[in-house]
Design a protein around this ligand. Sequence first.
Ligand code: ATP
Length: 319
Amino acid sequence: QITIRKEKWVTDEFELLEFLGRGKFGEVKRCKEKSSGRFLAAKFVSIVKEQEKKDVYNEIEIMKSLQHPRLIQLYDVYENPSKKQICLILELINGGELFERVIDENFILTERLCELYTSQICEGLNFMHKMNILHLDLKPENILCLSKDGHRIKIIDFGLARRFNPTQTLKVLFGTPEFVAPEVVSYDKVGYGTDLWSVGVICYVLLSGLSPFMGDNDGETYNNITKAEFDFDDESFDDISDEAKDFINKLLVKDLSKRMTASQCLDHPWLKKSIAPTPEPLAKEKIINTKNLRRFVIRRRWQKAVNALLALKRLGLNF
Ligand code: ATP
C-alpha cells in the first residue's frame, strides 16, 4: 500500500546519487535507502500547473495497480508542497534503454533477440490491458533493460496511461508523432489496439532501423500514419522472416479493432516459437545490421535534447 508522504522529504530517507535520465518534468537519479542500503531510482516531478499535479497523481494511481515483472514498480511517493515537487521512488533499472544497448558495437542483434524483446513487451502490455489500463506512450525510450548483460526488459513511464472503460469513448491528443496510431492522429476513439499499433512500429524499427511512417515533418508523418501504408521493400528486410513480417502486418492495421490483441501477439507463430536466448547467435542465424538503427537512435537523442530544452523553458529557465 503506497500513501503519498508529506511529513518527510525524500532526502530524509534516501541518499541521492548520480543522474540517470531526464524526463519532461524533471530528473531521475539513482538513490540509496539509508535504512536498508538498497538502491532505487528517484524520479522528481516539478509542478507548475494544477493539472500537472493531477497528472502525476494519475500516474501514481495507475502504477499502484500494476504489479508485474515486465512493468516498472513504484515503492514510495514523497510530496513537498512548498517546493512544488513530487518524488517517485521506483525500482532501479540498470541496463539503460533497449535501443541504446542494441546499437552498441559489441552487441550482436538477431531476429531471435527481437522476438524475445517483443514478447516481453507484449507480456507487460497483456497484463496492463487485463487491468483495463492503456499505456498510450509506448516508444523505444520507454523500454529499458533490467541489467547490462541479460535480455530482460521493463516498460516504464505511465505518465500518459489511462484507465479504460470499453463502453465509454476515450479520445486523446498526445503521444510521440512517429509511434502514435491513426485514431490518435484523427482524434477518434482509442482502445487497447492503440498500444498494439505502437508495438508494431517499435518492432519494425528494431528489425530494420527504419521508421515506417516517418515524414520530413510532423504533418507528413501524420499523413503517412493516417494512410497506414508501409512496406518491407528496403533491403534491411531481405533476411527477416515472413513470420516477423506477418506479425507486423497484423499490428499496423488502420482499424484498431482488426489489430491483434496483446494476448493474440503472444500466440502468434513469430513469438510462439521463441527459444531461450543463448550468449552467441546460433549457427546459420543472421545477424541484423544495426547501421540504420544507430542513425535512428541518434536522431531520437536529438529529439530528446530538444524536448528537454522545451521542458526547461516551461519551468521559466530560458537560454
Ligand atoms: P518522457 O519525457 O520520456 O515522457 P518522463 O518525464 O515521464 O519522460 P521517464 O521516461 O519516466 O520520465 O524517465 C526519464 C528517463 O530517466 C528515462 O528515459 C530513463 O532513461 C531514466 N529512468 C527513468 N526511470 C528509471 C529507473 N527506474 N531506473 C533507471 N533509469 C530510469
